[in-house]
Design a protein around this ligand. Structure first.
Ligand code: PRP
Ligand code: MN
Ligand code: MG
Length: 182
């Protein structure tokens, strides 16, 4: 499509790269949770793609649940103060929980979410994320499964949006500066 041609600067991760890494992550998760009940918690909306693609690669039977959270604060910057828009349906008591995310940017969303879920009495809480921006981290988040570390650039696709657009791209691309610098 023509608007993608001018809105995207370059492809950062191809669909093939995402898929081969997902294969490896799923294999590791299968090994680590062998013999355990596993609850995948996807963080709406960005994690929809990785949740669907990762869960389909598991041979392990899992339960899946969803949360929607929103950061208070201005514009695109995460403030670390998080509000629950949709809570889990599942009771976490005694459960092994794996949070599934598309990206860890500042780390503020996940750092809040991990402590929130830990307070609910689970057996364990770990994180799987497709992308992580080490240079953007404001807090350290202990991540068990990471797809790719990426540079601190504005990325879209594979669930990630800019103003709710581009989530459906099957690859991860960087946004051309003219799109976000009005
Ligand atoms: C994005 C992304 C992560 C979070 C990471 O979600 O999907 O959930 O920000 O940012 P942080 O590490 O700086 O906290 P967003 O709040 O944009 O909602 P969305 O998933 O609905 O796009
Ligand atoms: Mn998100
Ligand atoms: Mg977003």
């Amino acid at each position: 499509p023509s608007d993608l041609g001018t809105d995207l600067a370059r492809v950062l991760l191809t669909q093939e790269q995402l898929e081969s890494r997902l294969d490896e992550m799923a294999q590791k998760i299968d090994e680590d949770y062998a013999g355990k009940d596993l609850l995948l918690v996807g963080v709406l909306k960005g994690a929809v793609m990785v949740m669907a693609d990762l869960s389909r690669r598991l041979h392990h039977p899992v339960h899946m649940d969803w949360m929607a959270v929103s950061s208070y604060g201005s514009g695109t910057k995460s403030s670390g103060v998080v509000r629950i828009l949709k809570d889990l349906d599942a009771d976490l008591t005694g459960r092994h929980v794996l949070i599934v995310e598309d990206i860890i940017d500042s780390g503020l969303t996940l750092s809040w979410l991990v402590s929130n879920l830990r307070s609910r009495g689970p057996a364990s809480v770990e994180i799987a994320t497709m992308l992580r921006k080490p240079d953007a981290a404001k807090v350290d988040v202990d991540v068990r499964y990471t797809g790719y570390d990426i540079p601190n650039e504005f990325v879209v696709g594979y669930g990630l949006d800019f103003a709710e657009k581009y989530r459906n791209l099957p690859f991860v691309g960087t946004l051309a500066p003219h799109v976000y610098s009005s």
